[in-house]
Design a protein around this ligand. Structure first.
Ligand SMILES: C[S@@+](CC[C@H](N)C(=O)[O-])C[C@H]1O[C@@H](n2cnc3c(N)ncnc32)[C@H](O)[C@@H]1O
Length: 406
């Protein structure tokens, strides 16, 4: 049941304060979408109750986009920290108690919109101090789409053979969620493209995350060269009545979206397909890019045929080491090119997929900063040292040449 704001008498601040401080059934509160200001660089702040020496404390976890700092407070200190947080310019707050969820969203003009949703069952309250972080998808109540894609059984259990897949899905959603950037996208519906979507477990999971968890209107297009897979996934999306989910058969480089995607996923797309996906995302001006590279052959061929820098001969003599060095260099160039083209980029660990030991993720957030001279110089030096030209540079020559010539 959803009760819109007009039926509520309390101000959002009072409601949040009361629920977080005084209701013993708080499970977790999460604040996101902060306008960036120098004295609070937080992307997300979460609060959950913990029992320390038998006393209820509130654990405030401050996440700045890279790391999380957790602090426990009780009594007056907890109230002070909460007042501080409620005075910050956040865009949305979600407070989950054992029996209901409260969502507060601020419009562009700062008008609060409050939704109350009564849970059908009761969520268990776990106040253990060091409990592992819960995944975004609860394992004990897997959402129905997981059944449709074969990850959960008909009676709602994660299949033993799909446990790794389930963990991978949860890990991937966490990597999206922790950026705190989805709320910053103003396009409606949000446009998402998953390039080289393959078995599409992460495509379905991302749609569920945006549409059902974040409550955002979304159009998601899965793109892959394999027509039979695209037909099968479209049937699944239709069975789920997910009207905003479409699949299309295309080469990544040929895919022409009707609207530019705000978010681009390219997960374990083979070899230079990753470069093609990154190039497309940059040209579309996508706000968020999540790319988990797969095999890398293009640069390795150059490393094998060029004269390597002398100190590296012992490394390049061995095929497997040459391959791994090629992987590292390719991904370093990719991340660096995104930086040069206005993306805040990090390279992080992503749990290994079922078919590949590749577990890196390149995550880019478009900030549109001009490329600093020092980064341009670093790029030139890296290329010159190894005597190679990354494929992504070739694909994005129109965008990169003016920067590198500066
Ligand atoms: C290893 S699977 C990964 C699938 C999925 N993204 C995942 O992480 O589970 C790679 C998929 O990319 C597709 N693919 C590779 N190169 C492609 C290209 N250039 N254009 C379209 N699809 C491509 C393949 O057909 C395959 O389904």
């Amino acid at each position: 049941m959803i009760a819109p704001a007009k039926y509520m008498e309390e101000s959002p601040e009072l409601l949040l304060r009361k629920t977080i401080l005084h209701e013993g059934n708080l499970v977790e509160a999460s604040f996101q979408g902060f306008r960036s200001e120098p004295d609070h660089p937080w992307k997300r702040i979460t609060i959950r109750p913990v029992l320390i020496k038998g006393e209820r404390h509130l654990q405030f976890a401050y996440f700045n986009g890279k790391q999380e700092i957790a602090k426990n407070y009780s009594g007056q200190n907890a109230e002070t920290r909460l007042s501080e947080l409620l005075s910050m310019p956040y865009r949305s707050a979600i407070v989950v108690t054992t029996d209901r969820t409260i969502r507060v969203q601020f419009s562009k003009k700062g008008r609060p919109i409050i939704h109350l949703e009564q849970h059908r069952g009761t969520i268990l309250l776990d106040m253990a101090h060091d409990r592992p972080k819960p995944g975004i998808l609860p394992e004990n109540q897997p959402p129905p789409f997981l059944r449709e894609i074969g990850v959960a059984t008909a009676d709602g259990r994660i299949r033993a053979s799909q446990q790794r897949k389930f963990n991978q899905i949860n890990e991937f959603l966490r990597l999206i969620d922790e950026t705190g950037e989805v709320e910053q996208i103003i396009t409606r519906p949000i446009q998402v493209a998953d390039l080289g979507c393959g078995s599409a477990a992460l495509t379905f999971a991302t749609y569920h995350y945006l549409s059902d968890i974040k409550n955002l209107p979304v159009v998601m297009v899965g793109v892959d060269a394999k027509a039979h897979l695209m037909e099968r996934h479209q049937d699944t999306a239709d069975r789920l009545h997910w009207k905003g989910m479409l699949f299309t058969t295309s080469q990544i480089i040929d895919y022409k979206p009707s609207e530019s995607p705000d978010i681009v996923l390219a997960l374990h797309a083979c070899d230079t397909a990753t470069d093609e996906a990154l190039a497309q995302a940059v040209r579309w001006g996508s706000h968020l890019i999540f790319s988990a590279p797969c095999c890398h052959h293009h640069l390795q061929a150059q490393l094998a045929s060029n004269n390597p820098p002398d100190p590296f001969r012992p490394v390049l003599r061995h095929g497997i080491l040459r391959e791994r060095l090629g992987d590292l260099l390719t991904d370093s160039f990719r991340a660096h090119i995104l930086r040069l083209l206005g993306y805040r980029t990090d390279v992080i660990e992503f749990v290994a997929g079922e078919h590949t030991p590749k577990n890196l993720m390149i995550r880019g957030i478009r900030v549109d900063n001009p490329a600093p001279r020092v980064l341009i110089e670093e790029y030139r030096q890296l290329k010159q040292y190894w005597g190679v030209t990354p494929y992504l540079e070739e694909l994005l020559a129109d965008e990169l040449d003016p920067i590198l010539a500066a």
